[in-house]
Design a protein around this ligand. Structure first.
Ligand code: SAM
Ligand code: SF4
Length: 380
């Protein structure tokens, strides 16, 4: 079973924290749609005979698409690929695009999961981030989506913002609770290279919050999730039972996927491909039926590191039998040896023959993963 990701590389305005590939040249949308439809036809072989279980419209801002454009893309997927009977079809949307009319139309498409980028319910935080919506639009978008029958809704929040107090973070979580959604993605703010936030931080115009405050917000999030029956199935993702994102779980479970659109990645265990993060290069290449992607054949250590960082992010953890079956006994022992100090310091624990991050370990997951990664010579 595989997934298809469609990248919609347009935003009305750029948020000050975000470095995902997108442009504000929305007038080029008709050209992009033609290129997406063409790429869907050209790349059929990547999936082969496998069935498609998940489809994900991500961005950028998919909610800038018209209903007709969404249906053209979905029709092309159904025509060219073998889609399972009840696929998960996720659509990322910004609250300001989710008007009553648009939600009614969206509810008539095959889309069955909405991922709404709320980030915060505080207007001054939203302004700081350069978001286009306010608190009221955020709340109403979720309520209206529910009224139009969406039963699988995820919201995105960002914590660790400059000056975000624990009271405000609690209030954000309380509102999510009251909205009765099925899923929450909560990310700690990262200062990405080239973003307004990073530039302001360098100039001293923004002061990142203290590490203790970050940890406190993360702990609050984990405790809140437990109290409210949200299962933390991945470091930043919390779902009610049977509402985990199947599409993202497939990434973490190393399933094959096809990425369509500028900057989209594709993966099939042995190879990783990525399309250019440039609208003109993408459209021109695809319309000339050229392979626009760059390609990387994964070495054994790449594959091992990929498994390590994806599996350790999940609640299931890194299965030792899988490591042994795929990479041999020597690599498994190397892993057990190197992870021992983290087990002793209770940052990792063993459960059902898998190494799993503890709540403490989650706070320092990047450092743990970096230490456990293998370099080429250690595996060959
Ligand atoms: C690529 S965005 C697309 C969603 C949609 N365009 C929106 O803005 O609502 C996906 C999510 O990544 C998160 N995100 C992006 N950049 C981030 C950063 N630097 N730090 C933390 N979270 C970030 C935000 O929560 C955002 O909703
Ligand atoms: S967060 Fe969403 S709307 Fe904002 S710049 Fe990134 S992709 Fe665009």
């Amino acid at each position: 079973m595989s997934g298809i990701y469609i990248h919609i590389p347009f935003c009305r305005q750029r948020c000050h924290y975000c470095d995902f590939y997108s442009t504000t040249q929305i007038k080029r949308k008709p050209e992009l749609i033609l290129a997406l439809l063409s790429e869907l036809e050209q790349r059929k072989d990547w999936i082969g005979e496998e069935t498609i279980r998940t489809i994900y419209f991500g961005g950028g801002t998919p909610s800038l698409l018209s209903i007709d454009e969404i249906n053209q893309i979905l029709d092309s997927i159904y025509l060219n690929y073998n889609v399972v009977e009840n696929p998960e079809i996720t659509f990322e949307a910004n609250p300001d695009d989710l008007t009553e009319k648009q939600l009614r139309l969206l509810s008539e498409t095959r889309i069955n999961r909405l991922s709404i980028g709320i980030q915060s319910f505080f207007n001054d935080d939203l302004q700081l981030m350069n978001r286009r919506h306010d608190r009221e639009q955020a709340i109403n978008s979720v309520k209206m989506a529910q009224e139009f029958g969406f039963k699988n809704i995820s919201v995105d929040l960002i914590f660790g913002l400059p000056n975000l107090s624990i009271e405000r973070w609690n209030e954000n979580l309380k509102i999510v609770e009251s909205l009765n959604v099925q899923h929450l993605s909560a990310y700690h703010l990262t200062y990405e290279k080239g973003t307004v936030f990073e530039i302001k931080r360098k100039k001293g115009e923004i002061t990142p919050i203290m590490e203790e405050a970050s940890i406190m917000q993360f702990k609050t999030l984990i405790a809140w999730a437990k109290q409210n029956n949200f299962i933390q199935y991945e470091i930043s993702n919390f779902g009610k039972e049977s509402f985990f994102s199947q599409h993202n779980s497939n990434y973490w479970n190393q399933k094959k996927y096809l990425g369509i659109g500028p900057s989209a990645h594709s993966y099939n265990i042995d190879t990783r491909l990525w399309n250019p993060s440039n609208l003109s290069m993408y459209i021109n290449g695809i319309m000339k039926k050229q392979a626009v992607y760059e390609k990387e054949i994964l070495s054994e250590s790449d594959k091992y590191n990929e498994l390590l960082i994806t599996a350790l992010r999940t609640k299931r953890g890194l299965n030792l039998a899988q490591v042994e079956a795929q990479f041999g006994n020597r690599v498994k022992h190397h892993l057990l040896h190197n992870s021992q100090k983290f087990v002793e310091s209770k940052k990792l624990y063993l459960k059902d023959n898998a190494l799993v991050l503890s709540d403490e370990g989650v706070f320092v997951s990047d450092a743990i993963m970096a230490e456990l990664m293998l370099v080429e010579e250690e595996i060959d």
